[in-house]
Write a protein that binds this ligand. Structure first.
Ligand code: SAM
Length: 210
């Protein structure tokens, strides 16, 4: 049982998360080339908010997460929107012969990698899921974001990157996984609702191609 299973039912209740999906989807529309895109893969989709905000440019999308309860919410969202999409419980941080290969034109992931233990394997499996020439977009907390999880129940032992990701390390992992055209874009500035009121936070956005 993942800590995210407990959060799934009420995940969409917070307006700041809906706003994040809107802001981030707008940035992805500006940054990625969706011309000719047939299939997307969102890694760590949660309830699917970001992918749903891109539904008009994603004829198909595979929503992947490790939390069954998050995936149930995502399935509900797919059914409500009458989309021909799929969900899958899968962990790219593990080696597996049945991870998808060559299936997606675009892979994207929002605030997931800082919860992943084996980043190298994860980034490599993301690359394998992409068709040749496919695009990746990663949005996450930069290193130094330790305050973001203050007071949450996340166990740092299971989340070694909880204080954010080092850009240099991530770039090396992308290169090692065979990505090129690695581009760091303007940071995404967001707000979230906390018990102390609205607090600003920053996400990086990096894109690349296989
Ligand atoms: C902070 S939430 C973000 C969810 C969604 N991307 C959003 O922005 O609303 C992190 C998500 O990553 C998922 N997750 C955590 N570790 C994962 C892993 N190793 N592989 C896939 N998903 C994972 C969690 O279940 C959760 O849904």
């Amino acid at each position: 049982m993942s800590i995210f299973d407990d959060m799934a039912q009420t995940w969409d209740d917070k307006p700041d998360r809906a706003e994040r999906a809107r802001v981030v989807s707008d940035r992805l529309r500006e940054t990625l080339d969706f011309d000719g895109v047939q299939a997307g893969l969102e890694y760590g989709c949660g309830t699917g908010q970001l992918s749903f905000a891109l539904a008009d440019v994603l004829p198909h999308c595979l929503l992947v997460d490790t939390s069954l309860e998050m995936l149930k919410m995502a399935e509900r969202g797919i059914a409500e929107r009458k989309l021909q999409w799929d969900t899958e419980r899968r962990n790219f941080a593990t080696e597996s012969l049945d991870h998808p290969e060559n299936i997606a034109d675009v892979v994207f992931s929002l605030q997931v990698l800082h919860h992943v233990d084996d980043l190298e394997t994860t980034v490599r499996n993301m690359g394998r899921a992409l068709k040749p020439g496919g695009q990746i977009a990663l949005m996450d907390l930069p290193k130094g974001s330790s305050g973001f999880h203050h007071g949450t129940g996340h166990d740092p032992a299971d989340n070694p990157h909880l204080d954010g990701l080092d850009r240099g390390e991530l770039e090396q992992l992308l290169e090692g996984a065979g990505f090129s055209d690695i581009t760091w874009h303007e940071d995404i500035e967001l707000h979230r609702d906390t018990e102390n009121g609205s607090e600003p936070y920053t996400l990086f956005l990096v894109t690349a191609r296989v």
